[in-house]
Ligand binder design. Structure first.
Ligand code: MG
Length: 374
């Protein structure tokens, strides 16, 4: 157990706008609830994770993916004796900054912004959502989340250079985030690697035999399922092997993090922050299995025309809409038009588009382009 590395809720650096404490929910439980009740969170339901077209009612979207990440991250946190409430809030908020149409949408938006010497970054966008774009409280803008949740939004998946991002100075970019934040990225990877494999096989993009040939861990677990479940259907054996692969990867993360914390001789949260490396990492065996699975998904799934053609088509509409609003700023909703008087237009348009769901963007694209043709 890593109880000594648990971030203590009572040591939170608190909220930007101080608030009285709640009688029975701690600060991170309140953050979790604020996130769940936000608009950006609900919009995850209609944002692409990997599969764009509603080819099936049971493929993951960003909301169900987020719930899977939260479940995995909480399991790991509890097994290690870490702060489950903080981990849960961080996992639930980790994807709210994603634009429509998954990574294709994100790349296109970034390319459009780069033409202005600017950028789109989903972590920075998530921070702006929880700091300013959510309007739920009279007393302050945004959700007024605790420092550690805001810090985790920025630091959960990558390091930012302090010289390049002076606006993030308050988050001490040269220091690691608490273990609770470090866990979110590996939990995210385990969740989407397993889920993408599941959905890809279900969609018929890859046959199970190809998975068995190229992902050794999966093959071993498949054979085990064959031995243990005589008479099981192919579908049942696939689910059995997939479930056990998820279990093995999660166990690898728990064991690896415990070992890495021990090897780095971490004794306190302060040591975690001062450590030059992240320590929420899987065992060598777990990392290798994860790498192999990722390679397979990149080669066989993410580049498959069945996925890329639809995503490209949708992401092109994102670009068209971006350029449409740049050329016709009077078409923006009133709040954004007002902001455009103070801020660069490309940034305001980017924020508007990044906040849209897939469906909303397609509908708006249809309407605005229709009007252009009239
Ligand atoms: Mg994610």
């Amino acid at each position: 157990m890593l109880h000594h590395l648990r971030f203590p809720t009572e040591q939170s650096q608190g909220r930007r706008y101080p608030e009285p404490s709640h009688p029975y929910r701690n600060d991170y439980q309140r953050d979790r609830d604020r996130i769940i009740h936000s608009r950006a969170f609900r919009r995850l339901e209609n944002k692409t994770q990997v599969f764009t077209a509603p080819a099936s009612d049971h493929f993951r979207n960003r909301l169900t993916h987020t719930i899977e990440v939260a479940q995995i991250a909480r399991t790991v946190a509890v097994a290690l004796g870490l702060n489950e409430d903080l981990v849960e809030a961080l996992a639930l908020v980790h994807d709210v900054g994603h634009p429509p149409f998954g990574h294709s949408g994100e790349e296109k938006l970034h390319t459009e912004m780069a033409r202005f010497g600017d950028r789109f970054d989903h972590n920075l966008h998530a921070l702006r959502i929880v700091e300013s774009f959510e309007h739920r409280y009279a007393a302050f803008p945004g959700l007024n989340l605790t420092f550690e949740v805001r810090e985790g939004i920025i630091k959960h998946s990558r390091d930012y250079d302090a010289a390049q991002f002076p606006e993030l100075a308050e988050y001490s970019l040269d220091r690691r985030p608490p273990l609770e934040a470090q866990l979110v990225d590996p939990a995210d990877e385990i969740a989407y690697d397993c889920a993408d494999l599941d959905d890809a096989v279900d969609a018929g993009i890859v046959p199970v035999d190809a998975v068995r040939e190229q992902v050794a861990l999966f093959d071993r677990l498949w054979e085990q399922a064959e031995r243990e479940c005589a008479g099981a259907t192919e579908h049942q054996k696939f689910n059995q092997a997939l479930r056990q692969m998820l279990d093995a990867l999660v166990s690898g993360l728990i064991d690896g993090t415990r070992a890495a914390a021990g090897n780095s001789k971490l004794r306190s949260v302060e040591d975690v922050r001062a450590c030059p490396r992240r320590v929420a990492i899987a065992t060598e065996e777990g990392r290798q299995a994860g790498r192999r699975l990722k390679e397979f998904l990149h080669d066989q799934v993410y580049r498959s025309p069945a996925l890329t053609e639809e995503k490209e088509r949708c992401a092109e509409k994102l670009v068209e809409l971006f350029r449409f609003y740049l050329a016709n700023p009077e078409k923006l909703p009133p709040g954004y038009r007002e902001r455009a008087e103070q801020e660069p237009l490309h940034r305001v348009v980017c924020d508007y588009i990044a906040g849209m769901t897939d469906n909303y963007l397609l509908r708006l694209h249809g309407e605005e382009m229709e009007e252009l043709r009239d």
